[in-house]
Design a binder for this molecule. Sequence first.
Ligand SMILES: Nc1ncnc2c1ncn2[C@@H]1O[C@H](COP(=O)(O)OP(=O)(O)OP(=O)(O)O)[C@@H](O)[C@H]1O
Ligand SMILES: [Mg+2]
Length: 475
Amino acid sequence: MGLHGHSLRQQLLLWLVIPLALLLVAGTLFSYWVALRSATITYDRALLDPALALAEHVDSEGGNTVLDLPKVAQDVLRIDSYDRIYFSVSRLNGELLAGQPEMPPPPPVVPVGHRTFYDGTVNAERVRIAALYVPQPNGPVVIQVAETMVKRNRLTREILIGETIPDLMVATMAMVLVWFGILRSLAPLERLRSEIAQRSARDLRPLDGSYAPTEVRPLVATLNDLLGDLRDALDAQQRFTANAAHQLRTPLAGLQTQVELALRQQASEPMLRSLHQLRSATVRAAHLANQLLALSRAEPGGHRPDALRALDLRSVAQDAASIWVPRALVKELDLGFELEAAPIVGDARLLRDLLDNLIENAIRYTPAGGSITVRTAIEADNAVLSVVDDGPGIPADQREQVFQRFYRVPGAIGDGSGLGLAIVQEITNVHAARVTIDDGPARRGTLIRVYFAKVPPGSGRVAARSPGPVSPVPQ
Ligand SMILES: Nc1ncnc2c1ncn2[C@@H]1O[C@H](COP(=O)(O)OP(=O)(O)OP(=O)(O)O)[C@@H](O)[C@H]1O
Ligand SMILES: [Mg+2]
């Protein structure tokens, strides 16, 4: 019955409900049959008593068979609190000697044991009849006693109800128990589902299947094998990028040196133009190789998860200042630092890559005369690193795309590779942090903030292994 794709719960219930219902019906039919039989046997026996009593009074006087019983006594025999009772005394040929004429004629053959019971109708009412055959000198007479079915039906009904209600209760109870059983047994599957659902694409650690029932373990094991294969494939890819970028750097550095040297030689105008172009192409290629390397460092497999240490964002920013302030000056930009203590658990190397990319962007895209501020601070439960400039800003509808690899806002100046913010994103992931882009103050420029989980002082190493998710972050 095409149960594929049904829920396990539905299947189990179906397999239970249908057989249980069939059992219940069969049980009820059987109970009915038993009830009917015992009611019939019990009351038939009782019905024979008045017949036997009447037989005592059948008399044959001079070839004439009569019922020698006063009318009052006959009426007493017919008294019953539930049913109407009829009787008749007749010959085998149906000739009525005494009693009610409505009584159906008796079977004309004398049965074994001289008594028999059968169903019939009197005055259009169903009755049960007991017939007693009494031998007499001038041929046997039949005494019939009939009674309506009120008592019998009532007893049948009572037995039936008495049997069926406990059955129904047991069946209902079984269903309820099974329902809860199913819910309970499916709970580990639900837990497994939520464990998988919480994963991001880069979290390929094996699933914890220890709580899963034996039947589900093979599934977990297979999933873990698959996750392992994926991890290996990603690692291989990451290693390849890292190696390629690394290999590229050395020849590019050599090329750059040679171009610089050539530029110092006497050369014709066109030759000089070519050399300048060659130089900027080389710088661009070297930058690309560096960005690729930084990206592969930030990817899972590119860094050691246990390299996360208790550190202060403030010192990361202080280290960066010495390199970036001179470069900002060259472009006539005012690069300022407003640093407060901001302890987190992190990878200093990666955090430096992150900050470098944010400052580099600010310097590249802010026109001369502008100002840039790097801040570290504690806000509520987060340690926040922010870089704000008063340059052209990033259009609101581009603020998600700029995090994609190789994406640059159309018309962006300079010749970046479009990897900077992808690197930033990757590094925030490593730290379970969150990055947001907003307008700068006075609705100009770009404000980029990275929210980290704040670390209470003195709890560094313990938390370092598992930087929990960032607590509620303002949008
Ligand atoms: N501070 C900023 N002001 C204005 N636009 C910015 C700023 N930072 C980033 N952008 C925009 O976002 C785009 C993506 O930035 P991203 O750093 O990822 O790449 P890139 O700077 O172009 O290249 P790369 O950083 O790899 O050299 C940039 O091309 C630029 O258009
Ligand atoms: Mg950039």
